[in-house]
Design a protein. Sequence first.
Lengths: 523, 432
Amino acid sequence: MVASLSRTKSTAPAPGELLFSGNDWDFETIRRIHDACEAVAGPELGLSWYPNQIEIITAEQMLDAYASIGMPLFYKHWSFGKHFAQQEASYRRGLMGLAYEIVINSDPCISYVMEENTATMQTLVIAHAAFGHNHFFKNNYLFRQWTDAEGILDYLDFAKGYIARCEERYGHQAVEHVLDAAHALMSQGVHRYPRKKRPDLASEQRREREREEHGEQIYNDLWRTLPAKAGGQKGDPALERRRALLELPQENILYFLEKVAPRLRPWQREILRIVRLVAQYFYPQRQTKVMNEGCATYCHYRIMNALSQKGQLSEAAYLEFLTSHTNVIRQPNFDDRSFGGHNPYALGFAMMQDIARIVEQPSQEDREWFPDIAGTGDAMAVLRDCWENYRDESFIAQFLSPKLMRDMRLFHVVDDPDEPEMRVEAIHDERGYRKMRRSFARQYDVAWLDPDIEVVDVDLEGDRRLILHHKALNRITLQREDARRVLQHLADLWGYDAVLKEVDPASGAVLVEHTASARPLFF
Amino acid sequence: MHIVDRRLNPGGKSLPNRQRFLRRVKDVAQRAVRESAREKDIKDLGKDGRISVPGDGVREPRFARQPGTGHQDYILPGNKTYVEGDRIERPPGGGGGGGAGEGGEGSENGEDAFHFVLTREEFLDLFLEDLELPDLAKRRLAVVETEGLRRAGYTVSGSPANLALSRTLRNSMSRRIALKRPKLEEVAALEAEIAAAEAAGDPRLPDLTSKLMELRERSKRIPYVDPIDLRFRRFEPYPKPIAQAVMFCLMDVSGSMTEHMKDLAKRFYILLHIFLTRRYKHVEIVFIRHTDKATEVDEETFFGSRETGGTLVSSALVEMKRIVAERYSPDDWNIYAAQASDGDNVSSDGPTSTELLRAHILPACQHFAYLEVGDENGPRAGFVEHRTTLWRTYEALAKAGEPLAMRKVNHRRDIYPVFRELFGRKDARAEA
C-alpha cells in the first residue's frame, strides 16, 4: 500500500520554533523537517537536487534492499539470496547494525529511511541523503556522464521482467548459467572512457579525401629514398583490419561478448547487456565514495548546525546528532585494533572542512599550495565546483592539503617482497607531502585497483580461440583459482577456447597462462 | 517532495532469491542436513537449522589480484614515531610471505564453508525430501476423509431437539410487545376488579366485563408462541480431515535386548515422531513394552528400565488392540505402529501373532513397521542367512501381501536410510 501525501502549503516553521520535541515523528514532522532542511540547503548552501521522495521502511525491508544492492527492484538471482542469508544471520546475531538510510541515484531521488530512527536521526538522514547525496548525484560529472537517473527505475523494471520471462521460456537453469557468467565478469563490464563515435560513410570519405590531398600537398620525392626503419614492418593489414572491426583491444569484456560472441542467442546477449548496464550504472559510485560521503556528511553537518542556530533543534536533539556524527566520522589509527582502512566518511568530511578553511582562513602555506582557491571567501562555491568536477582520485590529488596530512599524521609504507622489511617511504613532512599525496590518490583510482584485463585478439582463422591479456602491474598476478573459474565462464559465453595471458608490462614476458574450453552449457 | 510509507508493503521481497539460492545448494545442503541428522541427537533435529555448505558451489569468482603479493603501497593514518627511511618488520598475519604459498592459498579459499541458517520448515523439507506417507491413496491428509457437523446459525425449521429456546422466546416476546398482547397480570387484575364490582354492585360492571372479554379475545388471537417465532439451531456438515495421529511404539524389553538395540529403536521412533508431527496437527504416542506380558508405560520407563522374562510378541499386539479399541478409533485417528525387537519370540506364538496382525492390527493401521535391531558389529559370520523367529513370522505375512514393512538395522548410521526405505515413495519401494 502506498500512502502518499500531497503537498498543500509550505509548512516550514518560523525560526525559533522547534521542529519536533522528543523522539517521535509522524509524516507531518518528516515534512516539516524536509522543508526546514530545504530552506538551508537551497539559499545557504546553494545546492540543487532532484525532487525528493522519502520512503519509510522497516528493518526487514532494509535487509531486502541490501540483498538487491540497494535498488528498489532488481532481477532475481541466487547470489542475492546468499547475501541476504549472510546479512540476515549477522544482523540477527547482533553483529551488524543496519544503515539508517539508503539513497538511490534516480529522479526523483528515493531515500529509504528506517522506521526505527528517532526524529533527530530522521533529520540527519534527510539532510545527509535527500540533500547531500542527492546534490552529488545530480551534479557530479561522472554521474551525469554515465548514469541516467530518470530512466534507471524503468530500466530495472524492464530488466526484472525480461529476466523473469527468460526464466519462464528457457528455464531457470539456462538463465542462471548466463547470469553467473555475466556476474563473474561484471567488473570487466564497464566502459572507463567514452567510446569514440562510430564514423559514418560520409565523414569517412571526407577524411579519406582530406588525407589524400594533404599527402599530395606535402609530397616530397626525397622521402622515398630513405631506408626503411629496422623492424618497422607495418603489421599485417588483415590483422589490423580484424582488430579494428572487433574494436580490439577491448577492456569491456561483457560488451565485447555481447557484440561479437559468435554463438550466443539474442536473449543471452540481452542478459549480458543488462548486467553490463547495471555495472556501468554503479561504476561512478565506486569512483566517488570519499567525495560522495564527504559531500553528504558536510551537507548534513552544515544543515544541522544551521537548524540548531535557528533554534529549530533542541539541545538534546543537537547532542544526539553530534554523537552519531562523531561515530560516523571516526577514523581509528593504523595501530588501533579496529583499524580497517580509511573511513570514506572521515576522510571526505575532513577534506571538505579543510577546503572550507582554506577558502575562508588560509595560512601562508595554503596560499602557496592552493593559490586558486585560498582566500577567495566563498567556501560553498569552491566545494560545489569540487563536487561537480572531480572524482576521488583527482580530488585527493588536487586538494589534500599538507595541514590535513599533518593532522591525520599520514605516512607511507612500502612493502616490497624483495626486501626483508617494509620501508617507511614518506611521512607528513615537507619532503613527503607530494609523494604521499600522489600514492594516496592512486589508491582511489579504480582503474588502477582493478586488474587491467583486455581482449586482444581472436584467432578467427584457426580455432576461434579468444586471447586476453592481463597487464600484471608490479608483476602481481591474479588469484589462480578465481581466475580459472572466471575464465571458464568467459569461455562458456564465447563458445570456444579462451586463453588469458598474464603479461609483465615492463618486459612483455608472459608470467602465467590460463586456458579454458567452453562447456556445452549454453549451446 | 513525497513521503511514501512502504512499511505495509508485502515483505519477503528476496524470498525468490532465497529459493534460488536453496535450489542451488540443494544437493550439498541435503548432504549437510543428513550429516547433521547422523551426528546430532535426533531429538534436537530441526531445532537448530544452522548448516554450512562448502563455499565451492556458491562461490562468486571475480578477477582479482593475488592479495599480499608484489609491491604494495600503504598510506596509513596515525604516525607517531616513524620518520622517512625507517624499517618496519612485517606484521605476522598480513603482507609478507604470501608469495610462498600461492597455489596453497587458492585451494584453501576454495574450501571456505558458507554458513547459513535454515528455517525449521526448510530444514525438515530437505530432511524429509522424498518421504511420503504410505498408503496415501486411502487417506492422504489433503483428501477429505470424514464429515463433521458444525453450528451454522439458525433455521426456521428443524427437529424439536434442535429448538433454540432463547432465540424463539426472544422472537415471541418482541412480537407480543409489538402486537400488544395483554399480559396475564393485566387480565388477572381486571378479573379481580370485576369480582369486586360484582360484590359491590358497581355500575361499571358491564364495561369491565366487556373489556375483559376483549382482552381474552385478543390473547387468543395473539398466541404466546407462534410458529413464526420458532428458531432451530442449524448444523452444516463440513469435511473433516483426520489431523491427528497416534503412534504405537512396541518394543521387546526382555534381557536379550541390549542398550545398543534400544538406542537404535529409540532413534527410529524419534524419527517417526518428527515425520508424523510434520504431517499431523496432533500426534500422540503410546509406548507398549513387552516381555511375555505387555504393559503400557511412559517414555522413561519404556527406554530406561529393564525387565526379565520370556518373549511373547502377541501380548504386545493384544495390548495394542485393546488400547486402539478403547481410545483410538481408526475412524478418527491415523494409526502408525513401529515395532522394534531383536527377533526373539516363542515359536508357538507365531500363529497367534499372525492372526492378531491380520485380523485386527493391520487393517486399523496406516502403517506398520517392524524394525529388527541387531548387534553393533553386524551379523556374525556364518549367521548371515540366519532368520529370527519373528522375522520369519512377519515375512510370511508380508509375502501374503499385507501392508507390513520390515527391515534389519545394525548400526546407528543405518537408521536413516532404513527409515527412508520404509517410508519411501511407493514406486521406489516397488522396485526393491
